[in-house]
Design a protein around this ligand. Structure first.
Ligand SMILES: Cc1cc2nc3c(=O)[nH]c(=O)nc-3n(C[C@H](O)[C@H](O)[C@H](O)COP(=O)(O)O)c2cc1C
Length: 398
């Protein structure tokens, strides 16, 4: 989604400038075209050559260089930018922007642009909390500039306080979110379930399954990066969930049902990628079951509700997953009909490259019109993109 996006990265004179080399590197790896514009202050902290080497593009440091001005002057930079990021943003540059000053290449470019502007302040706590800085930030926010909040932690002075620049990962999420506003799922509410469920036997034991949540995470990231407002309803997992989506943690199938019902009313798309337990223990023990007191144990299981079959709203596109070990398409089609789905993603869990815990998947898409699309082995992220492409066509044809 960042491929070929034009991003102006304004670097100003704070210690955190060195961290922004990593940001420039990650953006370049993601395919974005990065034009770094440095203030004089920034060049006291990090050399332009570092950014030039990382972005493979010239770095702009001067306002009045004839060559620079003809090739990539502030007007052309300002008009071709899809986004301008100022990181780190000093108290000084924030004040200048709030006043509309244009006394260097960066502030001039920002004044001349219609692109969104993302600002990552970094400074000592006293500078940040000073009423004049706070008023400047409020005034820029009011004019539509987006801030990535600085964080609490160890500051360059050695003091602990608020003012550290947000981490590069958080900046990447904020950047993707702004670029995604022009994505094909912009404005859509997408609910995704992921992971397995735990059905308690007693306070310490449960019945679970092998789902890692990876497929659901890939779907959540892909939908987020295409502009959707994503709610991820997540069963227990040891993996780190994606940033920039709303997470609702659940444990059991009944919890998951309640969570889905709580958000589905105004959703446009529901994708159930979670492996929800089919059965639960009818009466979990309230106290830990003692091994010494028993020779054996029978658990009576009762059926869990079929969440996907039971929830809906008019216009909702419902997408299910079918993990099958035989008769893939026939079983998937039967599930699609029974649960009134628009699309089902079927995978053969007997294949070692697909299914639980791995990063790849080989799936077949079956839709309500009877189309069957067998996809080759691909990463879960690529599968997610294919599923969302299909969701897009289903929505526009409904
Ligand atoms: C060692 C050192 C560290 C600095 N760190 C910061 C900082 O983190 N944040 C900030 O707002 N200013 C910081 N400053 C002050 C700015 O560099 C100064 O206000 C400068 O005028 C900013 O210019 P610029 O905004 O055009 O880059 C620091 C100054 C020095 C000498």
């Amino acid at each position: 989604m960042l491929a070929n996006k034009s991003i102006v990265l304004g670097v100003t004179g704070g210690i955190a400038a060195f961290k922004v080399a990593e940001l420039a590197s990650q953006l370049t790896k993601a395919g974005a075209l990065i034009d770094v514009v440095m203030t004089r202050g920034a060049m006291e902290f990090i050399a332009p050559l570092t950014f030039q080497a990382l972005t493979h593009r010239p770095v702009v440091t001067e306002m009045f260089r004839l060559l620079t001005e003809t090739e990539i002057g502030h007007i052309s930079l300002a008009s071709r930018a899809d986004l301008i990021v100022v990181a780190p943003a000093t108290a000084n540059v924030i004040a200048k922007l709030a006043c509309g000053l244009a006394d260097d290449m960066l502030t001039t470019t920002i004044l001349a642009t219609r692109a969104p502007v993302l600002i990552a302040p970094a400074m000592e706590e006293n500078m940040l909390t000073n009423t004049v800085t706070q008023a400047n930030i409020a005034s820029l926010r009011e004019r539509g500039m987006v801030f990535v909040e600085s964080q609490f932690g160890r500051l360059a002075s050695g003091k602990i306080g608020k003012g550290r620049m947000a981490e590069v990962d958080d900046l990447m999420v904020a950047i993707r979110k702004i670029i995604a506003q022009k994505g094909d799922l912009a404005g859509m509410k997408v609910v995704i379930t992921a992971g397995g469920t735990h059905e308690p036997i007693d306070p310490v034991r449960f019945i679970g399954n092998r789902s890692s949540g990876k497929m659901g995470f890939a779907l959540a990231e892909a939908a987020r990066d295409r502009g959707a407002e994503v709610t991820l309803i997540l069963g227990p997992t040891y993996l780190q969930p994606p940033k920039g989506v709303k997470i609702v943690n659940v444990e059991t199938a009944l919890d998951m049902k309640r969570a889905v019902e709580g958000v589905v009313a105004d959703a446009h798309v529901l994708i159930m990628a979670a492996a929800v337990a089919d059965f639960r223990v009818e009466q979990p023990a309230e106290q830990k079951i003692k091994r010494e007191k028993l020779d054996g144990m029978d658990l009576h299981l009762v059926k869990n509700p079929d969440i996907l079959a039971q929830v809906s709203n008019p216009g909702l596109v419902k997408v299910g997953f079918a993990a099958e070990s035989q008769d893939l398409v026939e079983n998937a089609r039967a599930k699609l009909e029974k649960k009134h789905l628009q699309l089902i993603v079927a995978n053969n869990i007997t294949s070692p490259e697909s299914g639980f815990g791995v990063d790849t998947n080989k799936v077949t898409l079956v839709d309500a019109a009877g189309n069957v699309t067998e996809l080759p082995l691909m990463s879960k992220r690529e599968v997610a993109e294919q599923v969302l492409n299909k969701v897009g066509t289903l929505r526009s044809s409904s």
